[in-house]
Ligand binder design. Sequence first.
Ligand SMILES: C[S@@+](CC[C@H](N)C(=O)[O-])C[C@H]1O[C@@H](n2cnc3c(N)ncnc32)[C@H](O)[C@@H]1O
Length: 282
Amino acid sequence: MRAGLIARRPISDRPAGRPDPMAATRRLWPDGCGPTAVTRRRDPAATAAGRGGRIRTVHADQIAFVTANTALAPVAFVPEIRLRQADEPIGLWELSEGEYHSDQPPPFWAFAWAGGQALARYLLDNPDTVAGRRVLDVATGSGLVAIAAARAGAVHVRAVDIDPLAVAAVGCNAEANAVSVEGVVADVIDGDGAGFDVVLAGDAFYSKAMSDRMTDFLRRVARRGGRVFAGDPERKFLRRELFALAATYEVPVPRVLEGVRVRRTSVWELPGRSGQPERQGR
Ligand SMILES: C[S@@+](CC[C@H](N)C(=O)[O-])C[C@H]1O[C@@H](n2cnc3c(N)ncnc32)[C@H](O)[C@@H]1O
């Protein structure tokens, strides 16, 4: 199945004279942006969360919102991937001291964040990290990291975010890059990422609360033997002492988000059960 698409029968396959049951919905999806395949069953990783996780579905109006407010453009540091991106933040929010303060969350999904750009670059340049593996991208936002994992040869990629608009964007972006990514709206970070060989987190350490939960989650993944990579542009809540440095880049970023044009951004690996980072091509 292509790029996160709900199975759609081609119009030419429909028996003559039968109405197209998807016609009304299909009109909402512009060219190059299909409906996201959002799991409607209980997600095993979410179940492992203990509180069952929160599984929600993406609706056509959310996909329409994504496409109305963004345009497809290459990612600055990963130009081989194109994403639906916004020129400026949607809604009122502000960035200060590494914490976001607003009544509304920022449209994380409409930008390629520095941590995600670095991690995506690393995966494409080091495909052994994910090739042939089952990969979970948590806090996926636009799906950039998930798409890079799919491009690098992962056998299955699940992209998870708590924001339905993000998962709508993942569907659009996966399709635009001709890769298959399973988008899921869920909160799975009380679990241990069971069922996945590699867990990826791009720019997920932007607030203390998020960083604390994410760090605990990633440590559980590493303890059960999963491989863990995180991309982070020196946000103050990342606990660097727990990680091993894999790569550092100077990543172009939207000035409107970060107040600068370039951010030094690193990819980190969380040591596994041995206390050492895994060797390439394990
Ligand atoms: C700064 S964005 C990073 C997006 C993307 N990884 C990148 O680097 O471009 C952080 C994302 O984390 C998501 N998020 C926050 N809490 C989460 C949780 N508990 N589980 C999954 N995603 C979460 C937000 O909705 C947002 O999309």
